[in-house]
Design a protein around this ligand. Structure first.
Ligand code: GDP
Ligand code: MG
Length: 436
């Protein structure tokens, strides 16, 4: 999937101090390929990656965030922006408000009609469903079943084969029966054909809906984009409904459709249950396409709150094997600034599960801080000064016991050992790659 591909792409960036022209080029190429594999239209994928490249060039990499994570964040921001940034609501306007559904046969129009009716009914609106699929008698029954399920009346004229008339009559009926929203379900074809287009165009012209929605199956990949373009050229629709996102659809259709027809996606449909209707959130879809879970929010918080200068300073000290208790304390402060520790741990991939049953809270740091704060400046800068009698003094001063002080000393020594090893490895050619 896309996320593993991106992971692979980011490997080339690991261990690099900042993102440069050379190391970004290969990554950008990989990202483009990955987007195309996720059903994003090639031209769109190229536009996205060109922008990403501009964004990424020369960005400093924070000590807490790998270049790969930073790239993920840049890609995520770009995808969100491309899909419209903010979510867009359906427009319900008029007496009654009329919503016209269009799309190919099997795209999920009738199912969506039921879901939308249920959604609007929950907002205390009186809704009328209209069966305008005049070609398949079974289509009327399907809508009636759904209407009954969600408790919404269904209007139909089984003998009438003229969808323009039926929809006009239905609106008249709605006015008389004080229905505020009319949802018109229409007939589709298996592929775009002239008769279908002419028919839905005529319905639209006759009833002037406040909202014309194009319903499309997200599993149809590149075809979804072409179909969307054809329908939009004829109908100039107001928004898109992306269905069947419960399957293994990769969501790339959302990106290309939005970019190609420049119309917002308003709803997504994720199953056959009448409750499985969701608003479309560009940022959530970007996450889905990236498959990166909460890495993004982790990076975001780190970026907001990490003091970049401090990070650089500490990085320098680590490189020179000079990391001491002052630096340790400062790192603790930074981590605490980032918020709830449990949340933080939960956001690291794989970590949340492992730590599920372990109690972590901000108090866990208190004894450590107390011990470090009991040290003299000289002791903090030169931890090797801390012999037995000094350690006993620290225990007393911090209200902890000698065991806790010894534990901290041990952890700190282990940390420094790891840092020394890292430094040695980075000095040997290719060492960092090995680490990554
Ligand atoms: P229409 O021809 O456009 O009216 O499409 P239908 O609403 O009849 O849906 C076609 C098929 O897709 C039916 O079997 C639906 O149950 C199914 N379907 C519709 N929406 C979804 C969805 O969001 N997820 C899944 N898994 N199936 C769906
Ligand atoms: Mg139908």
């Amino acid at each position: 999937n896309l996320s593993t591909k991106l992971d692979r792409a980011f490997k080339t960036l690991k261990g690099q101090g900042s993102i440069t022209e050379i190391n970004v080029a290969a990554t950008v190429k990989e990202i483009r390929r990955a987007l195309v594999d996720a059903d994003v239209n090639y031209k769109v994928a190229k536009e996205v990656t060109d922008k990403i490249k501009d964004e990424a060039m020369g960005r400093d990499v924070l000590i807490s965030v790998s270049p790969g994570q930073l790239m993920t964040k840049i890609v995520y921001d770009e995808l969100t922006e491309l899909m419209g940034g903010e979510k867009q609501d359906i427009v319900i306007k008029g007496e009654p408000a009329v919503v016209l559904l269009s799309g190919l046969q099997g795209s999920g129009k009738t199912t969506f009609a039921g879901k939308l009716a249920s959604y609007l009914k929950k907002q205390n609106r009186s809704v009328l469903l209209v069966a305008c699929d005049v070609y398949r008698p079974a289509a009327i029954d399907q809508l009636k079943v759904l209407g009954e399920q969600v408790g919404v009346e269904v209007y139909s004229e089984p003998e009438n084969k003229n969808p323009v008339q039926i929809s006009q009559n239905a609106i008249e009926y709605a006015r008389k029966n004080s229905k505020r929203v009319v949802i018109i379900d229409t007939a589709g074809r298996l592929a775009v054909d002239e008769q279908m287009m002419t028919e839905i165009e005529a319905v639209k012209r006759a009833i002037n809906p406040s909202e014309t929605l194009f319903v499309v199956d997200s599993m149809t990949g590149q075809d979804a984009v072409n179909t969307a373009k054809t329908f939009n050229d004829r109908l100039n629709f107001d928004g898109v409904v992306l269905t069947k996102l419960d399957g293994d659809s990769r969501g790339g259709a959302a990106l290309s459709i939005r970019a190609v027809v420049e119309k917002p996606i308003k709803f997504i449909s994720t199953g056959e249950k009448m409750e499985a209707l969701d608003m479309f959130y560009p940022d959530r879809m970007a996450q889905r396409i990236l498959g990166m879970g909460d890495v993004i929010s982790l990076v975001e918080r780190a970026q907001q709150q990490f003091d970049e200068e401090e990070a650089k300073r500490i990085n320098q000290k680590i490189r020179k094997n000079q990391f001491n208790f002052d630096d340790f304390l400062s790192q603790l402060e930074q981590i605490k600034k980032m918020g709830n520790l449990k949340d933080l741990v939960g956001m690291i991939p794989g970590m949340g599960k492992a730590m599920k049953d372990i109690e972590i809270d901000d108090d866990a740091f208190k004894p450590i801080e107390a011990i470090i704060k009991s040290m003299t400046p000289k002791e903090r800068a030169q931890p090797e000064l801390l012999n037995g009698s000094r350690r006993r003094r620290l225990a007393k001063g911090s209200g902890t016991d000698i065991q806790q002080v010894n534990n901290l000393m041990k952890q700190f020594e282990d940390m420094r050992k790891v840092m020394r090893t890292m430094n040695k490895m980075s000095q040997t050619k290719g060492g960092m790659q090995q680490m990554a």
